[in-house]
Design a protein around this ligand. Structure first.
Ligand code: HEC
Length: 467
């Protein structure tokens, strides 16, 4: 009864908000037609306010639903859908942000700066896209008059951060004991883990920002090396505090956080100051532009490493390696190198060694994380009965039609080992997760032994027979 009344109330509020929003858009339309622009800012503000209320109402509905389904099998279903929605938002904002950023770096690198360029311009570019021809011009400093409708690229970055943080909350903070903490790495409480997580992001930004404001910023090579050492320090730290999987995501979130903070604290304020100076016809402080450019260059090199980290959860062979931080740093270095190569290419500078060296560095990660060649000989034939017994003991608390685990109420990724046939069908994934990367059982919650892992390996190597 209470449930129905609450949902009814929320639905009523939503319908009301949509109705107000509809009326408001009509008012905006008529005031535009009448050329009455005085109220337009106010009206748009109200419209945004209504959208925000809609989002808040939906969030409240989710919160309430959580309250109602807590402790039932629906709880994990709800979290899964929350995960899907926020993840898709995160990816979409991220693409919009990084896409625009790649595009402007490309533009900067490819501008025609010599032929037919008016005095006040730095360069121009002709392009064809989506069935239309485009002509773009870049000003050396600023146009004589700042246009009224100036497009700013900033919300993409802010919303990427916001949705990313929500995702971190949904996946890692909310279920800290399952995914964030690995007691074999460090035995901490969920609250401590979350504190460390948030503090690390703030500390990382402060260190980076101080470095950027120091004279070091002028020495590109030294800055790069110190930056890499600091990143290594953070990767090492995360790998020794959190589960390997969470360590990877934290490394990416930390760099991503720095990128957004660069936009919020440096790039946008510099641009605002530049626009203000241009409007007041005052001389521009060239340092502002330089600061913003340095930060966006850093962001540019950060993109590929962050993108790798964001998909790394699909690749247990990377975070499952015994020194996860090493893989992280190698891939960071290699992917930043590849970005460097792409930047040079756009500037039509053909570097011979940057690309091959980056690829070799990348391949070294694949090489060192490769599985060891048969550490122990398989002495006797292993039967499915033995393997099934291990799986029943160590896996089905999570991977069955009726899990008994305290966190997972439905089989994770739909992986179930109810019958021996199920085990045979999934033998390759089992090899990958239990033997090679040792990332299953998750955080070794069910205490599988090395002997048991070896038995499973031998059974698979002997052909994974159902007998
Ligand atoms: C504490 C719960 C838990 C236990 C115990 C557990 N798993 Fe998992 N397993 C998970 C979760 C959560 C995932 C999904 C996340 C991931 O891939 O890391 C997963 C994913 C997997 C996957 C990957 C499926 C895919 O689609 O990629 C395999 C394979 C797997 N588990 C096998 C096993 C085996 C074999 C055992 C026993 C030796 C085991 N797990 C024990 C929780 C568990």
């Amino acid at each position: 009864m209470i449930t129905n009344i609450t949902y009814g109330l929320l639905a009523g509020i939503l319908i009301l908000l949509v109705f107000i929003s509809y009326r408001l858009s009509n008012i905006i339309k008529t005031s535009k037609e009448e050329g009455n622009s005085t109220h337009e800012g106010m009206l748009h503000f109200s419209q945004n306010l209504i959208y925000t209320s809609v989002v808040i109402t939906i969030a409240i509905a989710f919160g309430l639903t959580y309250y109602f389904v807590k402790g039932t099998p629906w709880e994990s279903h709800l979290m899964e859908w929350l995960n899907i929605i926020v993840r898709v938002m995160h990816i979409t904002f991220g693409i919009a942000w990084i896409g625009a950023s790649f595009y402007f770096v490309f533009l900067e690198n490819s501008l025609n700066r010599t032929e037919d360029v008016r005095d006040e311009l730095a360069g121009n570019l002709w392009a064809v896209h989506g069935g239309g021809f485009y002509y773009l011009e870049k000003y050396k400093v600023a146009p004589k008059e700042i246009p009224k409708n100036l497009h700013w690229f900033k919300y993409e970055a802010y919303f990427t951060w916001l949705s990313g943080f929500c995702l971190l909350f949904i996946v890692y903070y909310f279920n800290a004991s399952a995914l964030l903490i690995d007691k074999t790495v460090m035995d901490i409480t969920p609250f401590q883990a979350i504190e460390i997580s948030i503090a690390s992001f703030i500390v990382a930004w402060i260190i980076y920002d101080v470095l950027c404001k120091s004279p070091l910023i002028k020495k590109t090579w030294l800055f790069g090396i110190i930056g890499l050492l600091l990143l290594t320090g953070f990767a090492y730290f995360y790998a020794h505090v959190f589960s390997a999987r969470a360590a990877f995501i934290h490394f990416g979130a930390m760099i991503g956080g720095i990128m957004v903070a660069n936009v919020f604290f440096v790039i946008i304020p510099s641009q605002k100051a530049m626009v203000k100076a241009a409007k007041e016809n005052k001389p521009l402080n060239p340092q502002l532009g330089k600061n913003a450019l340095a930060r966006s260059l850093h962001n540019n090199y950060f993109t590929l490493p962050v993108l790798f980290v964001m998909v790394s959860n699909h690749f247990p062979s990377t975070f499952g390696y015994k020194y996860p931080w090493l893989i992280l740093i190698i891939i960071t270095l290699a992917s930043a190198g590849i970005k460097h190569y792409l930047n040079l290419r756009e500037k039509k500078i053909h570097s011979v060694w940057v690309f091959p060296v980056s690829v070799i560095i990348l391949l070294s990660a694949a090489l060192i994380s490769a599985p060891a060649k048969n550490p122990n000989e398989c002495k006797s034939e292993v039967s499915i009965v033995q393997v099934n017994a291990i799986v029943q003991k160590r896996c089905i608390s999570c991977h069955s039609s009726r899990p008994t685990d305290d966190v997972y109420k439905v089989a994770p990724n739909g992986v179930k080992y109810d019958t021996p046939e199920d085990i045979v069908k999934k033998k390759d994934l089992i090899m990958q997760r239990v033997v090679i990367t040792k990332t299953m059982p998750q955080n070794n919650k069910t205490n599988i032994t090395e002997e048991e892992r070896d038995l499973i390996r031998c059974w698979i190597e002997q052909g994974a027979q159902l007998k």
